[in-house]
Design a protein around this ligand. Structure first.
Ligand SMILES: NC(=O)c1ccc[n+]([C@@H]2O[C@H](COP(=O)([O-])OP(=O)(O)OC[C@H]3O[C@@H](n4cnc5c(N)ncnc54)[C@H](O)[C@@H]3O)[C@@H](O)[C@H]2O)c1
Length: 451
C-alpha cells in the first residue's frame, strides 16, 4: 500500500485560529459547572502529593477548590499550597463537591478507571495519570462511558512526553513513507523491578494513612510499609505497581509512555490477535521479562502490521550489528519495506536500507504541512476544557483506552499461554474461553466502577 501524504491532523491549529480571531476561551457548560470566575476551572486534585505535587505549578493557573488524599500529612502539605480548597480523604465524597468543573487524579493505578468513570458520570472534565486502566474490561467500560460525552468533556491521560515534537516527527516520517510500507513496530523498556509476591503483614498502618481507602476497590492485602516509601515523591508507584491488584507493572508504567510514541504514529485501533511469552506466571506479581505481539488490520493509509512490546531485558533484534538498541532504555523501532526508523522520546534515526537507500521513494513534507507543536501537555487539556473542542486533546480517553486495552490484552495472552484471537468489537477472546475471565479482575464488595 502506498503511504499517503496527508498531514497528520493538528490539534493545535483550531486552538491557534480561535485565539487569533479573538474568540477567547469560554468554559464549556458541562453539567454542573459554570461556577468559575475569570474563565478558570474549579479543580479537585485527587492524590495531592507524590505525582500530584508535580501538577501544583500548572494547577496554580486554575482554581484548586478541593483536595483529596488518604494520607492526612500529605493532604496538609497540599492544603498549605492551596489554602482555599476543601479537603477530603475519600474521593467518592470529594467528587460530589458541587462547584467542581474538573478533576486531576494522581492516585495509584488500581483506582484510576473508577475515579475517571465517576468523574464522567458527574460531567466533570478529567486529567488522569497513566495508566488510565489496568484491565481490558476497565479500559472498555471507561471508553464506552466517555464516547457519548466526548463533545462535552475534555479528558487527558498523563502521558506528557507526547508533547515532545519528536512524537509528531516520528508520526510524519512513518505516515509519509520514510520507511516504505510499514510492516512491524517494536517498542521496548528495560526497567526491572523483581518482587516475589505481595508483602507480608507488617503491623498497623500509621495513623495518618487511611489504608482501607488506599486499597479502595482492590481485594484486601495486609498493610506493609514497603508499599509506602515516599523518599522520592512521584516515584512511590515503583513500590506497588507490579502487583496485579495495584497495577500492571512496566506496561502501565514506562510502557504507557513508550507505547504512546508508537501508538501516535500507527493509528492502530484494536488488535485481532495477541500472544505473549515471558517468565513463569506469578499470580501475585506481573512479569519482569515479557514479549507481547499483536496483529492489527490494515487501515486507510497502511497495510496490516504487527506490534511487539519487549520489557525487562527482552529486546528486538537490531537491524545492524553497529546499532546497539540496548543503549536506548525506552524506545521504538518502525520497520518498513525500505528501512528502519529508531526513536526514543526526543530523538530519531532514519535508516534506509538496500537498493532503495537513495530515499528517492520518499518526499519530505513541506514546512507548512509540518504538524504544529502541541505546546504544554497540561494546557492541551485545560484549553480543551474551555475552547469548544473537548475531544481535541492528545491523549483523550478513547486514544488512551484503546492503547491500554491492547497492552492489558498482552498480559491476558501471557496468562493464557496461547495465541489469542480477539474480537475488538465484542471485547471477547474467540478461541480460548478461559482467557475471557482474565479480561477483568476481582474487586472488593461495595466498590463499583460505574458509580
Ligand atoms: N506521568 C508520569 O510521568 C508519572 C510519573 C510518576 C507517577 N505517575 C503516576 O502517578 C500516579 C501516582 O504515582 P505516585 O508515585 O505519586 O504514587 P503514590 O503512592 O506516591 O501516591 C500519590 C498520592 O496519592 C495518594 N493516594 C493514594 N491512594 C489514594 C486514594 N485512594 N485517594 C486519594 N489519594 C490517594 C497518596 O497518599 C499520595 O499522596 C500513578 O498512577 C503513577 O503511574 C505518572
Amino acid at each position: 500500500m502506498k503511504p499517503s501524504h496527508s498531514p497528520a491532523p493538528s490539534r493545535r491549529q483550531f486552538l491557534k485560529s480561535s485565539l487569533a480571531t479573538g474568540a477567547g476561551l469560554t468554559i464549556l457548560p458541562s453539567g454542573t459547572l459554570a461556577n468559575s470566575p475569570n474563565n478558570k476551572l474549579n479543580i479537585a486534585l485527587i492524590g495531592a502529593w507524590g505525582r500530584g505535587q508535580r501538577h501544583w505549578d500548572s494547577l496554580d493557573k486554575e482554581n484548586v477548590v478541593a483536595l483529596c488524599d488518604v494520607d492526612s500529612e500529605f493532604l496538609g502539605f497540599a492544603k498549605k499550597r492551596f489554602p482555599k480548597a476543601r479537603t477530603y480523604e475519600d474521593w467518592r465524597q470529594c467528587i460530589e463537591q458541587k462547584d467542581l468543573d474538573a478533576i486531576v487524579c494522581c492516585t495509584p493505578d488500581h483506582t484510576h478507571a473508577f475515579i475517571a468513570h465517576w468523574a464522567l458520570n458527574r460531567d466533570l472534565h478529567a486529567y488522569i495519570e497513566k495508566p488510565v486502566a489496568i484491565t481490558v474490561d476497565e479500559a472498555r467500560t471507561l471508553r464506552a462511558a466517555y464516547l457519548p460525552k466526548k463533545d462535552k468533556l475534555a479528558t487527558q491521560v498523563g502521558m506528557q512526553r507526547h508533547a515532545d515534537p519528536n512524537f509528531d516527527r516520528v508520526r510524519e516520517l512513518v505516515r509519509d513513507g520514510a520507511v516504505g510500507d510499514l510492516k512491524d513496530v517494536f517498542v521496548w523498556g528495560n526497567r526491572q523491578i523483581p518482587r516475589p509476591g505481595y508483602l507480608p503483614a507488617g503491623g498497623d498502618p500509621p495513623a495518618k494513612l487511611n489504608y482501607d481507602l488506599w486499597l479502595g476497590p482492590s481485594p484486601y492485602h495486609p498493610y506493609n510499609e514497603g508499599y509506602f516509601d515516599y523518599d522520592a515523591p512521584g516515584a512511590n508507584c515503583l513500590n506497588w505497581n507490579m502487583y496485579w491488584d495495584f497495577g500492571i507493572g512496566q506496561m502501565g508504567d514506562m510502557g504507557s509512555h513508550t507505547m504512546d510514541l508508537a501508538w501516535n504514529a500507527i493509528d492502530a485501533g484494536l488488535p485481532t490477535s495477541v500472544s505473549a511469552q515471558g517468565e513463569e506466571f506469578n499470580p501475585e506479581v506481573t512479569p519482569v521479562r515479557l514479549t507481547s505481539t499483536w496483529e492489527f488490520p490494515a487501515n486507510d493509509w497502511r497495510g496490516p502490521i504487527r506490534v511487539f512490546w519487549h520489557q525487562g531485558g527482552d529486546m528486538p533484534k537490531s537491524p545492524q550489528p553497529f546499532i546497539d538498541l540496548n543503549r536506548i532504555g525506552h524506545g521504538a523501532m518502525f520497520k518498513g519495506t525500505k528501512g528502519f526508523l529508531i526513536a526514543d522520546f526526543s530523538r530519531r534515526i532514519l535508516m534506509p536500507y538496500g537498493k532503495g537507500a537513495d530515499l528517492s521513494y520518499y518526499q519530505a513534507r513541506a514546512k507548512e504541512d509540518v504538524t504544529p507543536d502541541l505546546g504544554g501537555f497540561y494546557e492541551d487539556w485545560t484549553d480543551a476544557c474551555k475552547n469548544g473542542n473537548p475531544a481535541d486533546t492528545a491523549c483523550n480517553f478513547e486514544y488512551s483506552a484503546d492503547m491500554i486495552e491492547t497492552m492489558a490484552l498482552g498480559l491476558v495472552a501471557y496468562r493464557a499461554g496461547e495465541k489469542l484471537a480477539y474480537d475488538g468489537e465484542a471485547g471477547r477472546v474467540s478461541n480460548h474461553s478461559q482467557a475471557n475471565a482474565y479480561l477483568t479482575k476481582p474487586y472488593r464488595d461495595g466498590w463499583v466502577m460505574n458509580g
